[in-house]
Design a protein around this ligand. Sequence first.
Ligand code: BGC
Length: 418
Amino acid sequence: MKKTLPSLARVSTLVFAMTTGFAHAGEVEVLHWWTSGGEAKAAMALKATLQAKGHVWKDFAVAGGGGDAAMTVLKSRVVSGNAPAAAQIKGPSLQDWAHEGVLASIDDVAKAGHWDELLPKVVSDGMKYKGSYIAVPVNVHRVNWLWANPEVFRKAGAKLPTTWDEFFVAAEALRKAGFVAFAHGGQNWQDMTVFEAVAIGVGGPDFYRKALVQLDQATLKSALMEQVLATFKRIKPYTDRNSPGRDWNLSTAMVIRGEAGMQIMGDWAKGEFVAAGKVAGKDFICTPAPGTAKAFTFNVDSFAMFKLKSEANVKAQKDLASAVMSPEFQEVFSLNKGSIPVRLNMKMDKFDDCAKASAKDFVDTARAGTLMPSIAHGMAVPAAAEGAIKDAVSQFWNTDKMSPKDAATKIAAAARTQ
Ligand code: BGC
């Protein structure tokens, strides 16, 4: 009996195989840096989507906001011939990786899914190398947000700032009332996230584009750049002693707990508020960073697909790509992540007012010419120049005696890095 009858476990495996295509199950190793509360929930949605297709998810999470640590690990894995199936790579870096010849075309998936029609052109262009899709976009984050705790503002008698002048009035009131006015984590990508918001708020969208997208030397060394830098540095006294090196989500937690009044951060911060059970417009406020209401700095998360040998794994990789673009996934992922879907014409009824505003502003700013790539988040310039500029900006933030003029000179030199 024992020998002729298949065990119950085997029968159920067989049934599972027949219903899910398990016979062709593949494994997808996915490199990402989504390790905070909200991020991890969003990553789990991705894992569940893949598993529902009968494939195996191999998590390759490298902690570190902004992804610099993840990119370092990715390089060593690819160099040693052991690339993951998919990696969170964004912006111009996608082109660099494709140029190395290590990325796979997923044109068949994109064609079958009509991606060209479903994506804004500014996004689909970036996902292609020599006309072929080598990556799938996941979502759109808006970077130029200010997050505030309304209760803290009320207690301090402070008003939500819409300009940089108002920002300093509010910061002063928050500080006097005993709060940390500005929750900030001193890491170079976070410094840069604040800096690019100041660049638009003080310098204006044209200045931002010329200085931090086109890396125009004259603009980088201009008097306006010095004014931007001076304003940026004025924020520092409103941060707390433990700010240096702190992770971004811990700063968000200070705003959530009512220890701090505000934070400037992309809308992945909203994922933290939501994961903590907080409600937009009631427990926390989202408002464009001062002076940037008419601009939108975008940050599109995307997964690049690496060349693989195993056919089953290629199938799983393609299933992942197609699932990422499905309306169901686009919705559930962004609800957790704080972003908005990248797929056009999605219903937004399940989203909060922050996401609805973001979706509207994405379209409006694209029309007005003020939809701009975020330099802090790998969207605007090649990685080498971005890294050097981020370091120069942080050096200025951390060096009390450095003048805005010297900083501008350093940043302009950094922009030449190749
Ligand atoms: C990524 C986000 C991520 C954030 C913090 C950004 O560069 O695009 O997906 O949540 O970094 O780690």
